[in-house]
Design a protein around this ligand. Structure first.
Ligand code: AHR
Length: 503
């Protein structure tokens, strides 16, 4: 087989890759917040004001840029006032979407925003449209962002003197489904009404994200852009419009039955092909948005993505706890490559969900036990080099694979130029059976040296467990040679690699 040639063009450098495309999502669902990130101040698990220290550390390590909260479907059943003030007085509510468990509102606005400050990320608050009111959302914004007035006074009395100045606000979630079962036309008008009252406060200009399409519902995007993009005085009312797409092998019947581990070659290919479908969806929604907004002022916000498998045997099916394998590492790389390739329009994205739910970056034992990083965490660690860097054009000779009528690349790659002048290249081999000989060429320069890491395992359904936490980690990639402007290397079957060229 001839080598796959990747030619990287550093001149001219392309658009800046917004760090927010590496965002995460944490819902009141299963053990993501409670018995995940949150253990409570009295817990023997080392914590800072209730948040698990070890999790904060590993989220900082991958430079989480933003965290979306409190849902998901939960957000449209959530009333922020129930989560402020003395904890012992907060109401106990049933989490109707996720397992019917009691949520005692121990984690509310102050606690979540404290977590974001500990991680050093921006909060992305999802407002309730489905069962809330414009007034309720308006007051949440004011409570968080106003420097003075009754709601600011209440915030100060609850222990927070300075406004948080939360910038990112979702105006409803999946309003076509759990967020109110609305039509696109109905929601577009609701959006305009809610957006009117989600106001900017001094030094706290907000960024509104409208609830967008599921999968290939281009009609939804069309209606939102037509009806809600332009405000009454011409300026955009939308800063972002969302898209939700999960990689769900064997989607029908619901709930997903495909196993997270123990899959065969067909299961591998299902995930590669369905994962790459994100590219088609982003192109399709971009094309609709381009017609109304050719200057790309409004972002496509992919604020829920990732794999969705059958729940891990023996766990509460309403908690969506699943394992992660090398397959998820490659899926993460494919999606991040797609977002980087479309970074002119995709400027925020959120993997679902941070801890213990769906394609999490970390898993914890019940009751605050051990922590393990998933293969997906290791991919986010490799890709952190792209945050805020300038995208570079990559020409590829990689062949196309095909499965279930979907074409996807055998090798997918992205490259960027960072502030220090170094070129970072991330590449994945989606073929589970065949290694790939790579030739990476820097079209306009000489490569002084190269470091390379790879995430893979000899058996592709290998996962990290509490007893074997390092089965799938990033390791130095051996056999890399540099000659002039070309790096040669072999990518193992089913792998994700990151190269950094010294300048
Ligand atoms: O991430 C799990 C759920 O998936 C979210 O609550 C919802 O928005 C989506 O359907």
């Amino acid at each position: 087989m001839p080598p796959v040639k990747l030619s990287i063009h550093a001149d001219p450098a392309g658009p800046v890759i917004d760090p927010h495309i590496f965002g995460h999502f944490s819902e009141h669902l299963g053990r993501c917040i409670y018995d995940g990130l949150w253990v409570g101040e009295q817990s023997p698990v080392p914590n800072t004001r209730g948040w698990r220290n070890d999790l904060v550390v590993v989220l900082k390590q991958i430079r989480v840029p933003n965290l979306r909260w409190p849902g998901g479907c939960f957000a449209d059943d959530y009333h922020w006032r129930e989560g402020i003030g003395p904890r012992e007085k907060r109401p106990r509510r049933i989490n109707a979407y996720w397992g019917g468990v009691i949520d005692d509102n121990a984690v509310g606005t102050h606690e979540f925003l404290d977590l974001c400050e500990q991680i050093g990320c921006e909060p992305y608050l999802a407002g309730n449209v489905g069962s809330g009111s414009p007034r309720e959302l308006r007051e949440w914004v004011e409570y968080c962002n106003a420097a003075a007035g009754t709601l600011a006074d209440e915030r100060v009395a609850n222990g927070r003197a300075t406004p948080w100045k939360v910038r990112l606000w979702g105006v409803g979630n999946e309003t076509w489904g759990c967020g109110g079962n609305m039509t696109a036309e109905y929601y577009a008008h609701e959006y305009r009404r809610f957006a009117t009252y989600t106001r900017d406060f001094p030094d706290a200009k907000i960024y509104r994200v409208a609830s967008g399409a599921r999968n290939d519902d281009y009609h939804w995007t069309e209606v939102m852009m037509r009806e809600a993009f332009k405000g009454p005085i011409g300026g955009p009312m939308l800063q972002g419009l969302s898209l939700h797409y999960y990689t769900v092998p064997g989607e029908i019947p619901w709930p997903p039955a495909h196993p997270a581990t123990g899959f065969d070659l067909t299961g591998w290919k299902d995930v590669m092909a369905l994962g790459w479908k994100m590219d088609e969806l982003v192109r399709g929604h971009r094309a609709v948005m381009d017609r109304y907004d050719p200057k790309e002022t409004t972002a496509l916000v992919v604020d829920e993505w990732g794999s969705w498998y059958a729940p891990e045997p023996g766990t509460n099916p309403g908690f969506l706890y699943q394992q992660q394998t090398v397959r998820d590492a490659v899926l993460a790389a494919l999606n991040l490559n797609i977002f980087i390739n479309h970074c002119e329009r995709v400027r925020i994205a959120n993997l679902a969900q941070t801890v213990n739910v769906l394609q999490a970056v970390a898993l914890t034992e019940e009751g605050g036990g051990r922590l393990v990083l998933t293969p997906t965490w290791h991919v986010f660690a490799l890709y952190a080099a792209h945050q805020g860097a300038r995208r570079l054009r990559v020409e590829s000779t990689a062949k196309t694979l095909s499965h279930t009528g979907i074409d996807y690349p055998a090798v997918s790659a992205t490259a960027s130029l960072d502030a220090a002048g170094a070129v970072n290249v991330t590449v994945c081999n989606t073929d589970a059976e065949t290694p790939v000989e790579l030739e990476l060429t820097l079209a306009d320069g000489v490569i002084a040296g190269c470091t390379a890491q790879v995430v893979t395992a000899p058996v592709l359904d290998t996962c990290n467990t509490f007893d074997r936490p390092d089965a799938v980690v990033a390791q130095p990639l051996g056999g890399v040679t540099v000659k002039g402007s070309t790096v040669s290397a072999t990518l193992p079957p089913g792998s994700v690699a990151a190269f950094r060229f010294a300048n």
